[in-house]
Write a protein that binds this ligand. Structure first.
Ligand SMILES: [Zn+2]
Length: 189
């Protein structure tokens, strides 16, 4: 890792040349694969809340959330219906532990209600992508990262099944070869 460009892109040297990584797209990809892994293994890494929180919804949204409860449980959320229009939230996926759980769930339900689709993926994958889109809203456009944090993100990205796109289809990594640079600087013709 060489450094960060405009607090948005990570510049790193590779054997063939260098890469520019969009840190938010990369972070989304890493989260997507971890959450999908939670879902598929059905053994999610969960983080309990110090104090349980209560989420109140419109009747229409109550139905939407009820249908998604088993999906959300597999991601690592612990949510239980509480009265007619409320839900108690006790835990959330460990990877989302710094988020506000109520905001996250509310935005997810809003997106489902609006019928927004982010991808051409199927069902669970689509839902996980939607969850990450909600999380993304709370992230600032520019985010300073330390060198070890950048290194860690690139290592996690390298372990992804598809490191090249965010779950919504945006590219996460651009590769540039030394040969291209040499041509541009007319070292080689
Ligand atoms: Zn995305």
């Amino acid at each position: 890792v060489l450094g960060q460009v405009h607090r948005t892109y990570i510049l790193a040297e590779t054997e063939e040349g260098y890469v520019i990584v969009d840190q938010h797209a990369a972070h989304e990809r890493v989260m997507f694969e971890i959450l999908l892994g939670n879902f598929e293994t059905e053994r999610p890494a969960s983080q309990g809340l110090l104090m349980e929180e209560v989420l109140e919804l419109h009747p229409r949204q109550v139905e939407i959330l009820k249908k998604k409860l088993s999906f959300l449980a597999k991601l690592g959320f612990e949510i239980e219906p509480f009265g007619e229009r409320s839900f108690v939230v006790r835990a959330l996926p460990a990877i989302l532990k710094d988020e506000n759980p109520l905001t996250l769930i509310k935005q997810f339900v809003d997106e489902k209600e609006a019928g927004k689709t982010h991808t051409r993926l199927k069902d669970a994958q689509e839902d996980v992508a939607a969850m990450i889109a909600c999380k993304r809203k709370s992230v600032k456009a520019a985010d300073p990262l330390t060198l070890p944090a950048m290194q860690g993100l690139l290592e996690q990205l390298a372990r992804c099944k598809n490191p090249f796109n965010c779950p919504h289809g945006r590219p996460s990594i651009m590769k540039y070869s030394l040969t291209d640079l040499e041509k541009q600087f007319k070292r080689k013709l």
